[in-house]
Ligand binder design. Structure first.
Ligand code: ISE
Length: 330
């Protein structure tokens, strides 16, 4: 499958290097970046001929059959909508869009087109540890889930990171994990911040704890700590009626998400290519990206007000009669 990647920064480079050498069925044919010289340098590195300074030009190229969007989140909506207009499958890095309204526009545009074309880069669904946890949960090993405890610690984050990004770009992973593991939508959120670290980025309440309440009553607490200094530490435990399940404890603390989730990123791309080639869909789609954006917007509101914030999802246009929640699966 001839693939173009939009974005030659950190995430785009990660996808380019995997697609160029480790993903069966993928033929990388083009790279785009607004800093075209950055796209050209990456293209030279992996031996790709197609170089563009405009993602829309890459999408329009007849040589590109499918697109990975890994540019800045503010560009995602226009690029994903262009892929839908062109009828080209797209894997869009999280978050799908920078607002719930933008995510909704993508959901509606895809529904209007009649087919599934959008996948979203919630790659933890491809991590072996999370997949094993979900399998055992679904098999009923611990009875009904009641509570979950999540830890999401970054050693450090870019200076541009602000309070909103801590929720919409970082905690958004646990929002998707909660929806996917539990098969339910999130109905309400509460953000609580205690003593900040002296290393906190400007205006970021770091660490902070996010309480997610699912439509079925499960409470998920998420510790978000974006300047933890010591390493990249991801934990997840689900407590059920008869026991508990947790991610395996890694032998060593990772330095960053690229190494902690190297297998997940590779398998995410492989599953996407295989699904598109087979005419099916693999993982999290536009609805999951939209739902996560609605939840993280509620988190931003709760962080501002200090109050519990309810989540209001509009009905799924693909299945108007289906309740927005509880839903099972993506
Ligand atoms: C980053 O964008 C990612 O997606 C990482 O998986 C996450 O751990 C990090 O907090 C985000 O900033």
């Amino acid at each position: 499958m001839r693939i173009g990647v939009i974005g030659a920064g950190g995430m785009g480079s990660l996808h380019v290097r995997l697609l160029a050498s480790e993903v069966v069925g993928a033929e990388l044919v083009a790279i785009a970046d607004i800093a075209v010289e950055r796209a050209a340098a990456l293209a030279r590195e992996v031996g790709v001929d197609g170089v563009h300074g405009d993602g829309l030009e890459l999408i329009a190229s007849a040589d590109v059959e499918a697109v990975v969007v890994a540019s800045s989140p503010g560009t995602h909506e226009v690029l994903v909508l262009a892929c839908l207009e062109a009828g080209k499958p797209v894997l869009c890095e999280k978050p799908l869009a920078t607002s719930a309204a933008a995510g909704r526009r993508i959901v509606e545009a895809e529904a209007a087109g009649g087919g599934r074309l959008v996948d979203v880069g919630f790659m933890r669904r491809y991590d072996d540890g999370y997949r094993d946890l979900k399998r055992r949960l679904d098999e009923g090993e611990i009875g009904d889930p009641l509570v979950a405890h999540c830890v999401h610690r970054n050693a450090d984050i870019p200076p541009s990171f602000d309070q909103r990004l801590a929720l919409t770009d970082s905690v958004v992973h646990e929002v998707d994990v909660a929806r996917w593991l539990l098969g339910e939508e999130v109905a309400a959120v509460t953000v609580v911040a205690g003593r900040p670290t002296r290393h906190a980025p400007n205006g970021v309440r770091d660490p902070q704890v996010v309480l997610l309440e699912t439509a079925g009553g499960v409470v998920v607490d998420v510790e978000s700590f974006v300047r933890a200094q010591y390493g990249y530490d991801i934990r997840c435990e689900v407590v059920g009626e008869t026991g508990t399940l947790a991610l395996p404890v890694p032998a060593a603390i990772a330095t960053g998400f690229e190494d902690r989730f190297a297998q997940a990123y590779r398998d995410e791309l492989g599953a996407w290519v295989s699904a598109v080639q087979g005419g099916t869909s693999a993982g999290p789609g536009a609805w999951d990206g939209y739902a996560a954006s609605v939840v993280t917007e509620a988190c931003v509101r709760s962080a501002q007000t200090g109050l519990r914030s309810e989540v209001q999802l509009e009905p799924d246009p693909r299945s108007p009669t289906r309740q927005a929640w509880p839903r099972t699966g993506p």
